[in-house]
Design a protein around this ligand. Structure first.
Ligand SMILES: [Zn+2]
Length: 440
């Protein structure tokens, strides 16, 4: 028989669909199977709900000096790239990508994709992330690994392939991956179509990519205006910006996730706002690769839909959403000389509810009855978080991965009191070390 988990006497913080973040002191939460069944302040009501689920003794998780809040959804990552962590740093993006990364990627074997992906999952879970958009090749290997680890992923399908030196799109690839996902029969997976960027995807593919996205109801995942070089080359080649180019090709919609968006004009922002495109803001990666500062203040003024991403661990060099929240807030304030831009609650909402929506999981990211149970427990009984003060400020400005005590995804603990329950970390470390030595 199914047992419930009763979270007892926590500070519960949640994003809400109106964009606000609320705090419930002395809160109780009950989870059964994959869903949240109760949230409130009544110990009696919570116990009653739990006992109605099972006659057996239910599991009780005590909440003294602990926060219960939604897990993070990382809206832009290249997960297997964790195998390239710390091997090619302090390069400009073009030199880094074409000179250092792609030649190594060409030598990757199946095991590298699998264990690099699992390494990222381990890192993400331990830092409170339960969901990520994985823009990378090896979709079947990584999707299977995600499901085995109990981790939510929006997986991109490669939108193009090369035969005899000619690039084309192929609906069969999409159908094949769709069938593979159907067989896996997991609600941890959503899909998207990769249109990497205007600089890696040739113009002649755009009409068929737009058709594929429409025919198979796939969101488009794309990098937009990450660097001034990308913008300049696009202007030289097409006489318009990457946003304008993709928009004219019908590749932008309210399910599109556009990473970076560092160099936008007012006209670009108007298009992205009007189309309802999700903007995956990547502050760490943009600063480390010296791509620039995305103008989130201008985006907010245009009511653009913002979420957060870490980018790959090769260009960050970690996948810590606490750091992205802090940097997003600090970058916005420091670059505009306005400390009111991107307040803590806004950044928390971007990292949680908005990230889940961007990744296609509409029933996650809010601690509310009926929502999927994607939950993290933060222990604030530590010098870094003490005294707690405003708990939302504490999460965004003080907290870090070591305060993450437990993570539940889809109603299952994948981290329980600092122990990963679905992953063999020693095996992942051994395999990825071997890979790094082979590819360095
Ligand atoms: Zn990227």
């Amino acid at each position: 028989m199914n047992k419930a988990v009763l979270f007892s006497d926590f500070t519960i913080i949640t994003s809400n669909d109106d964009g606000n973040v609320s705090v419930l002191e002395h809160g109780y939460c009950v989870v059964s199977e994959d869903k949240i069944c109760y949230v409130g302040t009544s110990s009696e009501d919570a116990s009653k709900v739990a006992s109605e689920i099972s006659d057996e003794q239910n599991d009780v998780y005590e909440g003294k000096n602990k926060i219960l809040c939604p897990t993070f959804a990382n809206a832009h990552a290249h997960m297997p790239m964790s195998i390239f962590r710390n091997i090619a740093d302090d390069f400009a993006l073009n030199d880094w990508l074409f000179g250092e990364i792609i030649p190594r990627e060409d030598k990757m074997i199946e095991e590298d994709f699998r264990f690099g992906h699992l390494l990222s999952i381990a890192e993400m879970i331990e830092s409170g992330t339960a969901c990520a958009a994985n823009m990378y090749d090896g979709a079947k290997i990584t999707t299977k690994a995600s499901v085995e680890a109990g981790f939510r992923v929006q997986q991109t399908i490669m939108g193009k392939k090369c035969v005899d030196g000619k690039w084309s799109t192929d609906a069969k690839d999409v159908e094949d991956f769709n069938a593979f996902c159907r067989d896996l029969n997991s609600d941890l997976i959503t899909r998207s179509l990769l249109v990497h960027s205007v600089y890696l995807y040739p113009e002649h593919l755009y009409p068929s990519l737009a058709e594929l996205a429409k025919a198979y109801d796939l969101p488009v995942s794309v990098h937009i205006s990450e660097t001034l070089t990308e913008l300049k080359n696009c202007m030289d080649q097409y006489g318009c910006s990457p946003v304008e180019k993709l928009n004219s090709a019908n590749l932008l919609s309210d399910t599109t996730v556009a990473a970076h968006c560092v160099h936008l004009s007012d006209a670009d922002r108007a298009i992205l706002s009007e189309k309802g495109v999700w903007i995956a803001h990547n502050p760490s990666s943009n600063m480390k690769l010296a791509s620039g500062f995305a103008d989130t203040q201008a985006m907010e003024k245009m009511n653009m839909r913002l979420c957060l991403g870490t980018d790959g661990a090769a260009s960050n060099n970690n996948q810590d959403m606490f750091m992205e929240m802090r940097l997003a807030a600090f970058m916005a304030k420091g670059s505009t000389l306005d400390p009111t831009v991107l307040p803590a609650s806004r950044v928390f909402h971007m990292a949680t509810r908005n990230g889940y929506l961007a990744c296609g999981f509409s029933d996650c990211g809010i601690i509310e009855t009926g929502m999927k149970a994607d939950i993290q427990i933060i222990d604030y009984d530590c010098p870094q978080m003490w005294p707690l003060g405003n708990p939302i400020s504490a999460l965004v400005y003080s907290c870090g991965p070591k305060c993450v005590e437990s993570v539940m995804i889809n109603g299952k603990f994948v981290l329980y009191k600092h122990e990963l329950t679905t992953l063999d970390k020693e095996k992942i470390f051994a395999s990825t070390k071997k890979t790094m030595e082979r590819l360095k």
